[in-house]
Design a binder for this molecule. Structure first.
Ligand SMILES: NC(=O)C1=CN([C@@H]2O[C@H](COP(=O)(O)OP(=O)(O)OC[C@H]3O[C@@H](n4cnc5c(N)ncnc54)[C@H](O)[C@@H]3O)[C@@H](O)[C@H]2O)C=CC1
Ligand SMILES: O=C(O)C(=O)COP(=O)(O)O
Length: 414
């Protein structure tokens, strides 16, 4: 049972809402928050659970990137928290179901860094084929080693894409521009772009690709989807690229496949354990293996992507704070209602059981108010209502609705 309590903010007193932005979120995010008079605090790192829990006591909006974990145990104490913005694509670092049940919509930026990841992957495909990482390191070390053995063009080679979504499709387009053949495997039926061809199973993709690149989300099904059995199916001398999530690949198995020379190389951007901030030590079995490119989770780290993500997510969060708009939230019914001047907006999240709208409408009529407009949408657990009233009785209506046993959260829009 979720504790009943009103949202912060009321029609009579509107304290400045506080935003906490972690992990060096791009300053482009500040514009939308400042325009809505939100108070911004920033952190350059991903706070650990205890610190985050403490900070969230006073925070209304949380912005994170891929590293800050927001667990159920954190949300439990975050009584003021209205919304969470993941300034990235992945939302696996957040307990999105728990957030849903507490009436906290989670937003992300589903497209803004996809091109950056795709470009990095293509660069790495060429680097692996030519062993450029190793050659560069040798020359930096003062060692001149001009070799052609084991170095190849990528033209005519086959790139296998696991997860043919926003990133996977762009990787395919860029690979074809290099003259590569493209195969893909996805659990959903996907329209092939260009000359890409879908295959029926992961095994078929692994057995027929010279390069395998992973672009799946972190889910139970993708956890360790590439282990020793899968690596052994790959062509001898093949290459594996992972810029999806660290849990997708069994790192020990990958290191073994490289050491035994079954694989010709790998490019890894994401790891099961990643340091919290720049300057921290990084340990991995993959360090110093031949033709293995290791990058510090920078697939989406370009000026273009970060600036665009900063704007996109901050605008979504601000629209939610100001008008209750949840369009684009990954864990919430999508509701958006243009507001007419002179009306008074009430936002309510409730348990999705029959009769809630009837109860709420009765409360409004008991207060002698008229509903100008209302929109309700539901998912399996919750209903989300935006309601505009003609009379300024929203504070009373809010407290009456908050007293309903079905109430999760009710507030007046900011
Ligand atoms: N390294 C980095 O900096 C970045 C990493 N990422 C990671 O890349 C992932 C993919 O991003 P998008 O392409 O935008 O996501 P997307 O949701 O557009 O595409 C993912 C695709 O994977 C497919 N899929 C899911 N489970 C699968 C399975 N078990 N087997 C095969 N296919 C499966 C889905 O059907 C979907 O088509 C993100 O979830 C994120 O974790 C995203 C951006 C930057
Ligand atoms: O967008 C994603 O899912 C990423 O993995 C990028 O994460 P980041 O913002 O670089 O921590």
């Amino acid at each position: 049972m979720i504790a009943k309590r009103p949202f912060p903010g009321s029609a009579t007193a509107k304290p400045a809402l506080r935003v906490l932005l972690c992990e060096n979120i791009h300053p482009s995010a500040n514009e939308a928050f400042s325009a809505a008079d939100l108070h911004i605090e920033t952190l350059s790192y991903a706070p650990k659970e205890e610190e985050l829990r403490e900070r969230l006591r006073d925070i209304d909006v949380l912005g994170i990137r891929s590293k800050t974990l927001v667990r159920a145990s954190t949300l439990e104490h975050a009584h003021r928290l209205l919304s969470i913005g993941c300034f990235c694509i992945g939302t696996n670092q957040v307990d999105i179901h728990g957030a849903n049940m507490r009436g906290v919509p989670v937003f992300n930026a589903p497209f803004s860094n996809t091109r950056s990841v795709a470009e990095m992957i293509l660069a790495e495909v060429v680097m692996l084929a030519r062993q450029l990482g190793d050659r560069s390191r040798e020359v930096h070390d003062g060692q001149w080693r001009k070799v052609a053995t084991g170095c190849y063009e990528v033209r005519g080679k086959t790139l296998g894409i696991v997860g043919y979504g926003h990133i996977g499709t762009q990787v395919g387009i860029l690979a074809e521009a290099f003259g590569m053949r493209v195969l893909y495997f996805d659990i959903a039926t996907k329209l092939p772009i260009g000359n890409a061809r879908s295959v029926a199973s992961l095994g078929e993709l692994l057995a027929n690709s010279d390069f395998v690149t992973l672009h799946v989300p972190a889910t139970r099904e993708t956890s360790r989807m590439i282990g020793s059995a899968e690596l052994s199916v790959m062509k001898k001398g093949g290459y594996l690229l992972n810029a999806s999530r660290g849990q997708v690949v069994d790192i020990d198995a990958l290191a073994t496949a490289i050491r035994s020379k079954h694989l010709g190389g790998a490019a890894v951007d994401v790891y099961p354990e990643e340091p919290e901030s720049n300057g921290d030590q990084f340990a991995s079995e993959l360090r110093n293996l031949p033709n293995v490119i290791l990058t510090p989770h920078v697939g989406g780290s370009t000026e273009e992507a970060q600036e665009s993500i900063g704007r996109e997510v901050s605008i979504a969060l601000t629209k939610f704070v100001v008008a209750g708009t949840t369009a684009g939230a990954v864990n919430f019914p999508a509701v958006e209602l243009p507001q007419v001047g002179g009306t008074h907006r009430v936002l309510n999240v409730h348990r999705n059981v029959p009769g809630v709208l009837r109860d709420i409408n009765r409360i409004v009529s008991d207060r002698n108010a008229n509903i100008h407009s209302q929109v309700l949408a539901t998912d399996a657990n919750i209903g989300y209502l935006i309601m505009d009233l003609d009379q300024d009785v929203s504070a009373d209506v809010c407290s009456d609705i908050a007293a309903l046993s079905t109430n999760i959260r009710t507030r007046i829009s900011n």
